[in-house]
Design a protein around this ligand. Structure first.
Ligand code: GLU
Length: 429
């Protein structure tokens, strides 16, 4: 094998554009964040872009572009998923990496924030090509990742199989004596390779626990409520499957193949099986097809966006007919979209709280792999529930004491923790 491609450090590490920058600045102003710490947290610690060649099944070579943005590690090793997507670029990973820093801080995990991935559509490649692309990317990443340095996990279009290839490739690059104590270099691994029971459903489960907490605080019964979901991949489908026992009605679902509706409630279990077999919700016999506008306008108690970011905009926010948006996706609401939701008094449980279940169980997996332990589902679920509920309580209490919205409150919780650690540690040299 040849040498790893050179790392490119682009001009600026700042993520201060669009919604995340406004969210960050708003919370920093409200809490009076120390200006030095504001400067530190306002940019990523490192950003890498890799261009690497991979041989395709027919013998020709394609060049891929991969990224890893490491935003901050003052609380612990960099942590965050890898996304394979045709719209992935440095700007997106910059935003997503910063969101991981806030998310792990709110959940009180000993992790920092990172994100990365490859700009490509995995549907265009065979399984063996995907394996070679993944392995070559890990080779390019080299020692930018590591079990106590930067720990990738699944994100959009990556799964336990991809994590297995990452772990296997990484372990071949460390000295033999270190191999068996390095399996915590990734989380979201298959169970047989040191993965954690319950990791697959953890993000959806965290979403459901935050909805339970929200409903409990308001004396609302989930049994009589209804909701709609956008995106029926891992997170959306698990949230719906886990809401099913509450007899909450799933009125409509939309994904990249279309939208469906049933006033009596769609069956999330049958729909999950359908999506697995057919690649999307379109054609599901248990519902009727509706268009995008009708989906968005469906009257329901809550909306779970669980697809790509940037879906709730100045155009779509006025169409929503719900009381609550539970952000299962990362960054589903644009700055303008959020302003409209606020004007319309639609509540938001922000992404950095609502979807923290995934990284919380990643932390549990990391601990188990580090200690060669395997916990049972009850233990994992109990710890997830306690951790995400404590995070929920912190954000709710901050919203009350600062008299602000939940997203700003979530940032205040994260920034306060980061600020106090920086103050104690000081800035080198
Ligand atoms: N990709 C997930 C997220 O956005 C999980 C990250 C992790 O487990 O490290 O939170």
């Amino acid at each position: 094998m040849g040498a790893a491609p050179p790392k490119v450090r682009p001009e600026s590490g700042s993520f201060r554009r669009d919604a995340p920058s406004v969210q960050f600045e708003r919370a920093a102003d409200l809490m009076g964040l120390d200006p030095d710490i504001r400067r530190i947290l306002g940019s990523a610690a490192s950003e890498s872009i890799f261009h690497f060649p991979v041989k395709m099944d027919d013998g020709h070579v394609e060049i891929f572009t991969g990224y890893r943005v490491q935003h901050n590690n003052v609380l612990g090793p960099y942590k965050g998923g890898l996304r394979f997507h045709p719209q992935a670029d440095l700007h997106l990973f910059r935003e997503l990496a910063a969101w991981m820093t806030w998310k792990t801080a709110i959940a009180d995990l000993p992790f920092g924030g990172a994100k990365g991935g490859i700009c490509m559509d995995p549907a265009d490649y065979s399984v063996s090509e995907l394996e070679r692309i993944t392995r070559r990317f890990v080779y390019a990443l080299g020692d930018s990742i590591g079990p106590d340095h930067d720990i990738p996990a699944p994100d959009m279009n990556t799964n336990p199989q991809v994590m297995a290839w990452i772990m296997d490739t990484y372990l071949t690059m460390v000295p033999p004596q270190q191999r068996l104590r390095s399996t915590h270099v990734v989380t979201g691994k298959p169970i047989g390779l040191g993965g954690c029971v319950g990791r697959d459903k953890a993000t959806g489960q965290g979403v459901v626990i935050t909805i339970e907490n929200w409903a409990r605080d308001r004396g609302i019964s989930l049994k009589d409520s209804s909701y709609i979901v956008q995106g029926f991949g891992n997170v959306g489908s698990w949230a719906a499957r886990l809401l099913h026992p509450y007899e909450t009605r799933l009125l409509a679902v939309e994904d990249h193949t279309g939208a469906i509706h049933d006033a009596a409630g769609l069956d999330p279990l049958a729909l999950s099986r359908w999506v697995e077999d057919h690649g999307g919700v379109a054609g599901f016999p248990g519902g009727v097809a509706i268009d995008h506008e009708t989906f968005l306008g469906t009257q329901a108690d809550f909306f779970i966006p669980a697809a790509l970011g940037g879906q709730i905009t100045e155009k779509t926010a006025p169409m929503l007919n719900v009381q609550l948006v539970v952000e299962a996706a990362n960054g589903p609401t644009t700055f303008e979209g959020e302003r409209i939701l606020m004007q319309r008094e639609i509540s938001i449980i922000p992404d950095i709280l609502a979807n923290a279940g995934g990284v919380i169980v990643s932390y549990l997996e990391w601990l188990q792999s580090k200690r060669s332990e395997a916990w049972d589902l009850e233990e994992v679920e109990g710890k997830l529930r306690r951790k995400i509920t404590a995070a929920y309580d912190r954000v709710r209490d901050a919203a009350q004491s600062y008299g602000t919205d939940w997203r700003t409150a979530a940032y205040v919780v994260a920034l306060s923790r980061l600020e106090s650690v920086y103050k104690e540690r000081g800035i080198f040299p």
